[in-house]
Ligand binder design. Structure first.
Ligand code: GDP
Length: 359
């Protein structure tokens, strides 16, 4: 079953050209009832625990701004179009770009829709709405499904990177608390030795999450902090080592050297590690976040993105861009400033949230 069907319980319009026009009449009434059904089905099948219901609620709330902006923009666009002509497609492309899905993706989607509209003669508002959503959902199907964090058999090492202020330290603290509460032995490494403030902040989070920390001194070689932390983690049989790093992208060459050196030390001590290299991005910064992701992929092999501050952002559309254009899975999302405001990225819940009001 395709992602679209799972989310919206509706047959794909790709299945059958002829069915498109007849399906149009049915589109409007499917909204609430069908979505409710899908939600409860999913809960029974995949998410029996109370915890996931809370997460889904948090998702709902956190996505509210993005959804409103996204939905309003689309509804406004669709409500105002008169006929499907070149102007329509130009405006559609613009609307998609404004929704933060990215220029490339906006272009691709518009082109596909051009073909589709020609083929299927789908010229009504509802038909186009349906096809736009289907196309977007289709594009994310493959990538959104592989977003679980890696856990090794023994020690799992995670490296956190990202520019200052995006919420890296906060995320490490939240994740440490999550693993600690699950009975795991967690060690933090404060390898952002560039700023004393960063070291202190991570110490505070270690205390809050009741986990241990290896902290270097300001100005110390970050790789030596990592070395000490790794030795301790191995000797004392920790389950997780979460490493904070400095994020001065303005000096790319130094950053690259630093990350390379850290990577080399880790590999020498534990050949399979790091098991995750996670890039933290601030969702409220929109295109800036996407640009940071592009830049960081040049300095380190990113295994996943943590999208922070989704709760305060109207720009959740960038998730689509990160996944689709950059081919990096979004693995975690920050939904607030509290210690438990962290959730695994759930592609289905995200897409459902994004398009709910549109259907
Ligand atoms: P770092 O410099 O990347 O380590 O960023 P910090 O972890 O210090 O976070 C910067 C600011 O963002 C702090 O005020 C955090 O409380 C805030 N923050 C981090 N994550 C989130 C989130 O998911 N939602 C909200 N609303 N604020 C967050």
């Amino acid at each position: 079953m395709g992602l679209f069907d799972r989310l919206f319980g509706k047959k794909s319009a790709d299945d059958d050209e002829a069915s498109i026009s007849s399906a149009l009449a049915e589109i409007a009434p499917i909204s609430e009832a069908v979505l409710e059904n899908v939600t409860s089905e999913n809960e029974v099948e995949e998410t029996p625990a109370d915890e996931s219901v809370i997460t889904e609620e948090k998702y709902e709330q956190s996505l509210e701004k993005t959804r409103q902006t996204f939905g309003e923009r689309f509804n406004h666009f669709l409500a105002n179009f008169r006929r499907v002509d070149e102007e329509f497609f130009e405006e559609l492309e613009e609307t998609l770009i404004l929704s933060d899905v990215g220029v490339q993706l906006a272009g691709e989607l518009t082109e596909e829709l051009r073909q589709e509209a020609r083929l299927a003669n789908a010229k009504s508002q509802d038909a186009l709405r349906q096809i736009i959503i289907e196309k977007m959902v289709d594009k994310f199907e493959a990538e959104t499904l592989s977003s679980a964090l890696t856990e090794a058999d023994g020690l799992t090492v995670m490296l956190f990177i990202g520019v200052n202020g995006v919420g890296k330290t906060t995320t490490i603290g939240k994740l440490a608390a999550r693993y600690h509460n699950a009975g795991k032995k967690v060690l933090l490494a404060a390898a952002d030795t560039f700023r004393a403030g960063a070291i202190n902040q991570l110490k505070e989070w270690a205390a809050r999450a009741s986990v241990d920390i290896v902290a270097g001194k300001e100005g110390e070689d970050p790789a030596s902090v990592v070395f000490t932390a790794l030795a301790k983690a191995k000797a004392e049989k920790y389950d997780f080592l979460l490493i904070d790093t400095a994020g001065r992208l303005q000096n790319k060459e130094n950053l690259m050297k630093e990350l390379e050196k850290i990577g080399r030390i880790i590999k020498r001590e534990l050949p399979d590690a790091p098991h995750e290299t996670l890039l933290a991005l601030d969702a409220t910064t929109g295109q800036n976040a996407v640009q940071q992701a592009r830049d960081f992929t040049k300095v380190a092999p990113i295994s996943g993105v943590i999208l922070t501050k989704l709760d305060g952002s109207a720009r959740g559309g960038i998730v689509l861009q990160i996944i689709q254009s950059l081919k990096i899975p979004v693995k975690l999302v920050g939904l607030g400033e509290k210690i438990d405001d962290l959730a695994d990225f759930d592609g289905d819940a995200f897409m459902r949230g994004l398009f709910e009001k549109l259907l």
